[in-house]
Write a protein that binds this ligand. Structure first.
Ligand SMILES: Nc1nc2c(ncn2[C@@H]2O[C@H](COP(=O)(O)OP(=O)(O)OP(=O)(O)O)[C@@H](O)[C@H]2O)c(=O)[nH]1
Length: 197
C-alpha cells in the first residue's frame, strides 16, 4: 500500500536558462553541459519518496524559446504544479519569470502550485538577482522558492519534495479541480473490466 498518492502532470514553464537541465539532472542523475535546447516540449516522469508515500510526477518540460511560447498552455492546463526557472546570473530571466507568473495566474488552473527555481547557484559570483529579492517576490505570490544548481544537483530533490507537500491529496471525486489518475488499479477493478456480460 505504499503507492498512495498520484498526481496528474506537473508542468515546467521555463523563463530563462537551465530548466531542461534541472529535470534532466534529476531524472538521469548526470549533467551534460552541451544539452540541446528543448524543441516544443519533452516528457518525463520521476518518482520521489515522501514519508511512506511515493509521489510520481508526470513532467512536461516546455521549450523556453519565444517561438514555442504559444504551446505552453497545452501543458500547464490541467497541471497540478508548475516550476518556473530563472537564471540567477541573468536579471532579464527574472523579469521574464514574472510574465510567466502572470500568465499562469490568468490562464492556468486556479489551484496550481507554483514553484520558482533560481538556477545556476553554483555561479553565485556572477549573480545578478539577489536571493532576498527572489524570495520576497516568491513570498508575495505564495510560491515555493529554492535556489538550485542543475549542474551540481543542489536542491533539486528538495524542490520536488516541497512541491509534493503542497499538492493536495488527489481527490478522485474531482472537487479540487485537479484531474488525476491512479497508477495502479486494484486487481478486482481489472478483473471487472475484463469480464464480459
Ligand atoms: N553552471 C551552470 N550551468 C547550467 C546550469 N543549468 C543549466 N546550465 C547550462 O545552461 C545552458 C542552458 O541549459 P538548458 O537546460 O538547455 O536551458 P533551458 O532553459 O531549458 O533551455 P530550453 O531547452 O531552450 O528551454 C546549458 O549550457 C547548460 O549546461 C547550472 O545549474 N549551472
Amino acid at each position: 500500500n505504499s503507492l498512495t498518492c498520484i498526481y496528474n502532470k506537473t508542468c515546467l514553464a521555463d523563463t530563462g536558462v537551465g530548466k531542461s537541465s534541472i529535470v534532466w539532472r534529476f531524472v538521469e542523475d548526470s549533467f551534460d553541459p552541451n544539452i540541446n535546447p528543448t524543441i516544443g516540449a519533452s516528457f518525463m516522469t520521476k518518482t520521489v519518496q515522501y514519508h511512506n508515500e511515493l509521489h510520481k510526477f508526470l513532467i512536461w518540460d516546455t521549450a523556453g524559446q519565444e517561438r514555442f511560447r504559444a504551446l505552453a498552455p497545452m501543458y500547464y492546463r490541467g497541471s497540478a504544479a508548475a516550476i518556473i526557472v530563472f537564471d540567477i546570473t541573468k536579471e532579464e530571466s527574472f523579469q521574464t519569470l514574472k510574465n510567466w507568473v502572470k500568465e499562469l495566474r490568468q490562464h492556468g488552473p486556479p489551484n496550481i502550485v507554483v514553484a520558482i527555481a533560481g538556477n545556476k547557484c553554483d555561479l553565485s559570483d556572477a549573480r545578478e538577482v539577489s536571493e532576498k529579492d527572489a524570495k520576497d517576490y516568491a513570498d508575495s505570490i505564495h510560491a515555493i522558492f529554492v535556489e538550485t544548481s542543475a549542474k551540481n544537483a543542489i536542491n533539486i530533490n528538495e524542490l520536488f519534495i516541497e512541491i509534493s507537500q503542497r499538492i493536495p491529496v488527489l481527490d478522485m471525486g474531482g472537487s479540487s479541480g485537479v484531474r488525476g489518475l491512479k497508477l495502479r488499479r486494484e486487481p478486482s477493478d481489472v478483473t471487472r473490466e475484463r469480464t464480459c456480460c
